[in-house]
Structures are given as structure tokens and as C-alpha cells.
Design a protein. Structure first.
Length: 225
């Protein structure tokens, strides 16, 4: 015959259950090796890189919009410039203003009629005198005012200076038929004739090169307003 099972006393079972309930469960374990602080240097640098990348994208988008706007503006400007010559060509041409006369001055020593022109001034003078329709020469001296007894001698010097410049231009290839010479013995000073420096400036021949041949007007036409 089988023996009946041995029964555990109730008091012993109750004590076992109470002891099991009194001990608290252990908390879960955490791997500290993967734990990183929030404000670590790597985290801060990573956030800064993200911000720089975002700002770069914004600047790139803005640059793209500016480039598109600039391209459109240049296209409009080129279109206007391309159309401008047509508008200018439609306007009637304006007459060119008449060219102004050119005046050269040749200086002389006291009482001299010898022409001495520096090369840098002689070259443009001769070139322009050859093409001028009229060359007008005006001989001058540093003589005193009119009414003095030496005006006759001053007249010979002034006339001799104008003739010397005329011969110089003719020898340089200027047509003598287009040269007119005049002189004034005294007066018509360009500087103070009481000073030596002013007298040197007054001893001169003025060479006026006309760009357009003068046209003589009748007395009746000149009197009209």
C-alpha cells in the first residue's frame, strides 16, 4: 500500500510566502559604457555642424535667387541696348558744329626777325597750315604806345617778322596763295609792356589757321538783325 503524501504545515507555508513577498525586486541593469552626457564636446560640435549646414543651404538658395534675378535684369538691359541703335538711326542727323580756328604764336628776340620754332610746335603747325584754307599772320612788337617817334622803326620790325614767318611756312610746303600777312607796329600787347617778361611776350607773330574760308557779306546783308 502507498503511504499518504506528507502534508506541509500551513504555518510553514505561510512563513515562506511572507519572506518571498518582503524582498524587493532588483532594478534593471544599465550599460554605462554607452551613456553620453547631453552637453559633451562632441554633441556641441555636432549641433554646430548642423546649424552651419542649415545656414549654408539658406545662403545657397538666396544666391540662386539673386543669380536668376541678375540674369533677367541683364537680359532686359541687353534687349534695350540692342533696340537703341534703331531709335537713334531714326532721328535726323544733327549738323556738326563748325570747327574753331587754331592760333599759334611765334616769339622773337629784341629787334630780331629770325624765326626759331621748337620742333614739338613746328610739326603740328606745318601739318595744320598745309590743310588750312586761309593762314593769317599778324606781326607785333613790344613798341610803345601810338604817337611816339619810333613807331616807323617798330613798323619795319613787325612787318619783317610777319614776312619771315610767311617764308618759313612757304618753305615748309604751305601754299603761298592761302597766306595773308598783316602787322601792327605798336600797341595790341598781350602782357605788361613795362616789364621785361611782358615785353618778351609782346614780341610775336600770331598765326591763325582758318578751318573754313571766310565768306564776304554784302553791306545790306550785314546790316540785317
Amino acid at each position: 500500500m502507498r503511504k499518504p503524501p506528507r502534508l506541509i504545515p500551513w504555518s510553514l507555508m505561510a512563513s515562506v510566502l511572507l519572506s518571498a513577498c518582503s524582498s524587493a525586486p532588483k532594478p534593471p541593469t544599465v550599460d554605462e559604457s554607452n551613456k553620453r552626457p547631453v552637453n559633451s564636446r562632441m554633441a556641441v560640435e555636432l549641433q554646430a555642424c548642423r546649424n552651419d549646414l542649415s545656414n549654408t543651404r539658406v545662403l545657397a538658395d538666396e544666391s540662386g535667387r539673386l543669380a536668376d534675378s541678375t540674369t533677367a535684369t541683364l537680359a532686359q538691359l541687353n534687349a534695350r541696348l540692342a533696340a537703341r541703335p534703331l531709335a537713334v538711326a531714326a532721328e535726323p542727323p544733327r549738323p556738326a558744329p563748325p570747327p574753331a580756328n587754331r592760333v599759334f604764336t611765334v616769339r622773337f628776340d629784341f629787334g630780331s626777325t629770325q624765326v626759331a620754332i621748337p620742333a614739338d610746335a613746328a610739326i603740328p603747325l606745318v601739318e595744320q597750315a598745309r590743310s588750312a584754307p586761309l593762314v593769317l599772320l599778324r606781326g607785333r612788337t613790344d613798341g610803345p604806345d601810338e604817337g611816339r617817334s619810333d613807331a616807323l622803326a617798330e613798323g619795319r620790325v613787325a612787318r619783317g617778322r610777319a614776312a619771315a614767318v610767311r617764308d618759313y611756312l612757304v618753305a615748309a610746303g604751305v601754299d603761298p596763295a592761302r597766306i595773308r600777312a598783316t602787322y601792327q607796329p605798336v600797341g595790341d600787347h598781350v602782357a605788361d609792356n613795362t616789364e621785361p617778361a611782358g615785353q618778351r611776350l609782346n614780341r610775336r607773330v600770331e598765326i591763325e589757321l582758318y578751318r573754313v574760308l571766310p565768306v564776304a557779306l554784302a553791306a545790306s546783308a550785314a546790316a540785317r538783325p
